[in-house]
Design a protein around this ligand. Structure first.
Ligand code: SAM
Length: 482
């Protein structure tokens, strides 16, 4: 029997089934232990220091107790602390990105995904480099600066060389004032050698969802293809980091397995990365299974309601305070609004989950990976964020300035965010407002910028930011950053 060891490089030792079961048992026994719950909540709170805020985070056992707790006042307290943490480390900025689907060819048999190999009804499509260019121009014309590329796993149709060509093409397109400045990559688990190639191609975060941490379920849900190998998939982030990628993004596809099990394992995965590589995950995504071609989410027994979903997000925020949290357009406007309050720091906007979807007028459904609930335009999403007092940020400065991995985490902890990320967000928002926004969005956006400039503590930084914003408004100069 495998023994739990967060420092091990073996999947079944750092995501240890027995440890998860013991954690769930401990959480169940303590879910009404108010004294313990108060201590855990107190530990999770951000503490102000001379230079900023620090947070201790929570162990997977502590966080699991909170998730199990069903006392309404305590849950309310979790939400309040989640918001405090978010404001301390991320402020009111929300980073915006869009997915770009390159190819839906896939050799895997994932039961929840319409790209699975046996699906004969979905048209298969792979973008040529000319088509990638056209998609990127369409995305730039909306105002996007940051993409997450997505592809099925197919060594013949989508080999690593194809993915690398696409990344080069994306970075090479400069249409009007447009620019894609950060490409995150969501492709199947691969080798250290291929991760090195992705690193050399200048990717931002390498994202790979675990889908489920429960080995038996994992093997049942991935009956065929290379993805069937649980250990190879679960150990992928260690190979990515060995290949030099500093920023990795974890995720669970909620609905497949029992959420408490997934949550304990997800937090154990974060602890493992911290223990082995000295830095936790850069982001955590929280997708839920959606309807799609040949896929009925009701076939999976473990769907979670909105309340539970929000609670999971708040508990993630408390457990890993320095990790960004991502919510996609799988979720409705209403759920996304609630998620912003409990700690989400990145949202996608105006997403098309079909291959080639951005160059088509109508939202095409035939090659879609899943139904999109939030179908608003980017301009509408930006205005919605502004009107709810969030700064939509198109900033990509950290990774371009080499502030990745633990260097990003130290910026988070140093209290310099208001002198760095905050002005960067305002400058990139100005670019968006000048180049792409509707009059209405521009009006509310400019009012927000005036107000938010006053919050930059260092006078010198404030003056430079103001000057840069004026330059953006009065010239074609772009891409200022601290
Ligand atoms: N093919 C790559 C892999 O195997 O990891 C990643 C790309 S896949 C396009 C991105 C993610 O979409 C998957 O990891 C999965 O979690 C999610 N996904 C698949 N089917 C879904 C569905 N029906 N509803 C919601 N999300 C889904």
């Amino acid at each position: 029997m495998a023994v739990y060891n967060p420092k091990s490089l073996k999947a079944e030792e750092f995501i240890n089934h027995e440890e998860i079961l013991e954690t769930l048992d401990y959480a169940e026994k303590n879910k009404h232990n108010e004294k313990l719950i108060d201590e855990i909540l107190e530990k999770a709170r951000p503490v102000k220091t001379d230079t900023g805020y620090v947070c201790k985070g929570l162990t997977h056992r502590e966080a699991s107790v909170l998730l199990a707790c069903d006392i309404p006042e305590k849950i309310q307290r979790m939400y309040e602390i989640a918001e405090e943490i978010k404001l301390a480390f991320y402020g009111n900025r929300i980073v915006i990105f869009a997915p770009l689907y390159l190819s839906n060819y896939c050799v895997n048999g994932c039961l929840y995904c319409p790209y699975h190999m046996k699906n004969k009804t979905i048209p298969r499509k792979k973008l040529t480099q000319e088509e990638v260019k056209a998609e990127v121009i369409a995305l730039q014309d909306m105002g996007h600066k940051r993409l997450a590329i997505e592809a099925g796993e197919d060594p013949v149709n989508n080999p690593i060389e194809y993915i690398l060509d696409c990344i080069n093409t994306i970075y090479s397109v400069h249409h009007k004032n447009g620019d894609i400045r950060r490409v995150n990559v969501n492709i199947a688990a691969t080798t250290v050698e291929n991760y090195k190639k992705l690193k050399d191609a200048g990717i931002g975060t390498y994202i790979l969802f675990q889908e489920t941490y429960h080995k038996e379920s994992y093997e049942r849900l991935h009956p065929t293809g290379p993805k069937h190998d649980y250990a190879y998939h679960t150990e992928a982030m260690d190979r990515a980091m060995e290949g030099g990628i500093d920023d990795v993004g974890l995720g669970v596809l909620f609905g497949l397995e029992l959420y408490k099990y997934e949550f304990a394992a997800l937090t154990m995965h974060a602890e493992h990365l911290e223990a082995v590589h000295g830095v936790g995950p850069h982001t955590i995504s929280v997708p839920r299974v959606k309807k799609a071609d040949d896929i009925d989410p009701d076939e999976f027994d473990n769907g979670i309601d909105d309340e539970t979903f929000i609670k999971i997000a708040a508990c993630i925020r408390l457990a890993v305070p320095y990790t960004g949290m991502i919510i996609s357009t799988r979720e409705s406007e209403e759920v996304r609004a609630r998620m912003l309050k409990v700690g989400v720091s990145q949202v996608s906007g105006a997403s098309r989950t079909s291959v080639g979807g951005y160059t088509q007028e109508e939202r095409p459904h035939d090659t879609e990976q899943f139904d999109v609930s939030d179908q608003r335009s980017l301009d509408e999403v930006v205005r919605w964020l502004i009107e709810s007092d969030h700064i939509p940020s198109f900033c990509t400065a950290c990774y371009r300035e080499g502030r990745t991995g633990d260097r990003f985490m130290s910026l988070c902890k140093s209290g310099q965010i208001l002198n760095c990320c905050h002005p960067n967000a305002l400058m990139t928002l100005t670019e968006y407002l000048e180049d792409y926004a509707s009059d209405e969005t521009k009006k509310v956006g400019n009012a927000m910028i005036e107000k938010e400039l006053l919050r930059i503590p260092k006078e010198k930084v404030r003056e430079i930011a103001k000057q840069n914003i004026e330059d953006i408004r009065n010239s074609n100069r772009r891409d200022f950053r601290f």
